[in-house]
Design a protein around this ligand. Structure first.
Ligand code: GLN
Length: 472
C-alpha cells in the first residue's frame, strides 16, 4: 500500500483517493479470510467517512490525517461499537464513549476502518490467546505475527491500513511490529491519553502506533499525543515536531549498545542486525559505543510481578454484575461471580490473575510486590543514568525470530522470555521504537529497538528515519 505520506501529495493537489482505498480494503479482506486481523470492519460508516474525506480534500480543506485508513485494537473504546479486549468476558459490551485517541483521530479526518484482533486483555506475545482465534503473519507464513497488538501489525503489514493503534504494556506494539516488518512506537508514559483504553497494568500501559513507515507513525503519534483532562497521568509537556524529526538525521548523536542485551545465545542474524544498524548510524554521523547496563536479568521478573499484580486488581471489576459475561442462572452472589469469571476469562488471563493475586496477598506482598517496586526504581534510575550519557540506546526487540504458530501456546515460559528486551521501556516509562532491519537467512523479518529519554520521541523518529532510508 502506498504510504499516507505519499498519498498526502495527491490530497494537497485536491485529488479524490479515499473511496478507492476503501474499495481495495474490502476486496483485500475478502481475498484473505485466514489473516484474521480484523474482528470487525465498520462497513456501515466506511463509505460515508471516505466520501467526507474526499469532499474535503477536493475542496482544499483536508485536515492533518484526512482520509488516512486507521484501525483500532479491540481494547480501545469506539463509541457505540462493541469493545471486547478479545475476551469472552466482554462479548457484546458496547462502548459508551470514544477513547480520547479515537476522538483525536476522527477530528483530524482519519477514517476509522474497524476493530483489530489482539491477545485476550492484551496478555500474550503471539496473538494466539484471542477469543477470535489467532492472526496470521503476512510477512512470514506460518509464523506468529507477535502480540498482543497482533491484528494492528498484521493489518498494516498486509497493506490493508496506513496505520493502527495498539497498546504496549510490556512490548505489545513493538513486538508485533518486529515480527511483521512494520514500525511500532511506544511513547513516553503520559504522552498519550489512556482514557478509553481497557486497563491491563495501569502503570505500564501506553497506547502506541504501528505504521508502514516512520513518517506515517509520526503523523499519527503527533495527532494523538498531548494533555488530556480525562487522564490524570497525561503530561502537559508540549508535543514536539515528530514528522520533521524523521528526516533530521542522527549527526552528532551518541548511541549506546547495551552489551548485556547481546548474549552469545542470541541468533547470529540478530547480532548482525544490530551491527549493521550501528554501521548505518555511524556513517550518518552518530557515535556508537557499547555500554554496560547490568540489570537485564531483573527486567522480566520485576515486570511479571508488577504487571500481574496490577492486572489482577484491574480485572477484579469483571464479575458479570455491572458488566462482563453473566451466566444468569446462578442465584447466589459468590457462585455467580465464580462461574462468570471461570467462563469469561481464558487460560492466560486466569494465570495472570492467579500470579497477581498471590504477589499481593497478605504475607507475600512485602516479599514480592513491594520488593519488585523497589527494584523497579533501581531499574528506572539506571536507565536514566545511562540516558544521561548517551542520547539513545540500541538493542534487540525480541530474543529470536517470530515463532511458528502454536509453539508459544504450549510453552508459556518461552512466551514470557520474548518480553525480556521490551519491558524495560514500560517499567521506566521511557519511549521506544521498533524499526525493521532486513531479513534473516530464512527470510524472516529482523528488527532493532531504540530507547530514548522521556519525551524524546523525536530522537526515536530521527534514528528510525535513518535506518529506514538505508535498509530498504
Ligand atoms: N507480552 C507481554 C505480556 O503478555 C506484554 C503485553 C502487552 O504489552 N500488552 O505481558
Amino acid at each position: 500500500m502506498t504510504s499516507y505520506s505519499d498519498i498526502r501529495k495527491s490530497i494537497e493537489a485536491r485529488k479524490e483517493f479515499c473511496a478507492s482505498l476503501v474499495h481495495t480494503l474490502r476486496n483485500e479482506i475478502v481475498a484473505r479470510p485466514g489473516l484474521n486481523a480484523f474482528v470487525e470492519l465498520f462497513d456501515d460508516t466506511l463509505d460515508v467517512d471516505a466520501q467526507t474525506a474526499d469532499t474535503r480534500s477536493v475542496a482544499g480543506n483536508a485536515r492533518g490525517l484526512e482520509g488516512m485508513l486507521v484501525g483500532i485494537k479491540d481494547n480501545i473504546l469506539i463509541r457505540g461499537r462493541e469493545c471486547t479486549a478479545a475476551s469472552r468476558m466482554l462479548k457484546g459490551h458496547r462502548a459508551a464513549y470514544d477513547a480520547t485517541v479515537v476522538r483525536r483521530l476522527r477530528e483530524a479526518g482519519a477514517v476509522i476502518a474497524g476493530r483489530l484482533n489482539m491477545d485476550e486483555f492484551a496478555m500474550g506475545s503471539s496473538g494466539e490467546t484471542s477469543v477470535y482465534g489467532p492472526t496470521q503473519n503476512p510477512a512470514a507464513e506460518g509464523r506468529i505475527p507477535g502480540g498482543s497488538s497482533s491484528g494492528s501489525a498484521a493489518a498494516v503489514a498486509a497493506g490493508l491500513l496506513h496505520a493502527a493503534l495498539g497498546s504496549d504494556t510490556g512490548g505489545s506494539v513493538r513486538q508485533p511490529a518486529a515480527c511483521t516488518g512494520t514500525i511500532g512506537i511506544k511513547p513516553t508514559y503520559g504522552r498519550v491519553s489512556r482514557s478509553g483504553l481497557i486497563s491491563f497494568a495501569s502503570s505500564c500501559d501506553q497506547i502506541g502506533v504501528i505504521a508502514g513507515t516512520a513518517e506515517d507513525a509520526a503523523r499519527v503519534l503527533h495527532c494523538i499525543s498531548g494533555h488530556d483532562t480525562a487522564d490524570a497521568t497525561s503530561s502537559a509537556d508540549p508535543v514536539t515536531a515528530y514528522v520533521s524529526a524523521v528526516g533530521k538525521g542522527v549527526q552528532g548523536l551518541r548511541i549506546g549498545i547495551i552489551r548485556e542485551c547481546l548474549p552469545d545465545e542470541l541468533p547470529a542474524a540478530q547480532h548482525e542486525a544490530i551491527q549493521r544498524s550501528a554501521e548505518v548510524l555511524t556513517s550518518a554521523g552518530a557515535t556508537v559505543d557499547e555500554i554496560l547496563l547490568p540489570l537485564t536479568d531483573l527486567l522480566y521478573p520485576v515486570y511479571a510481578v508488577i504487571a500481574n499484580a496490577e492486572a489482577a486488581s484491574n480485572l477484579s471489576r469483571y464479575n458479570g454484575m455491572r458488566y462482563g459475561h453473566a451466566c444468569n442462572d446462578e442465584e447466589e452472589f459468590h457462585t455467580a461471580v465464580m462461574r462468570n469469571r471461570s467462563e469469561g476469562f481464558g487460560r492466560e488471563v486466569k494465570r495472570r490473575i492467579m500470579i497477581g493475586t498471590y504477589v499481593l496477598s497478605a504475607g507475600y506482598r512485602q516479599q514480592w510486590f513491594e520488593h519488585a517496586a523497589r527494584l523497579r526504581r533501581r531499574i528506572r534510575d539506571a536507565y536514566r543514568q545511562a540516558l544521561s550519557e548517551v542520547d539513545l540506546l540500541l538493542l534487540p526487540v525480541m530474543p529470536g525470530p517470530p515463532a511458528p504458530l502454536g509453539e508459544l501456546m504450549e510453552d508459556p515460559l518461552r512466551m514470557y522470555r520474548s518480553d525480556m528486551y521490551t519491558v524495560a521501556a514500560n517499567l521506566t516509562g521511557l519511549p521506544a521504537i521498533s524499526v525493521p532491519a532486513g531479513r534473516d537467512g530464512e527470510g524472516l523479518p529482523l528488527a532493532v529497538q531504540f530507547m530514548a529519554s522521556a519525551f524524546r520521541e523525536d530522537l526515536l523518529f530521527a534514528s528510525a528515519g535513518v535506518l529506514e532510508g538505508a535498509m530498504q
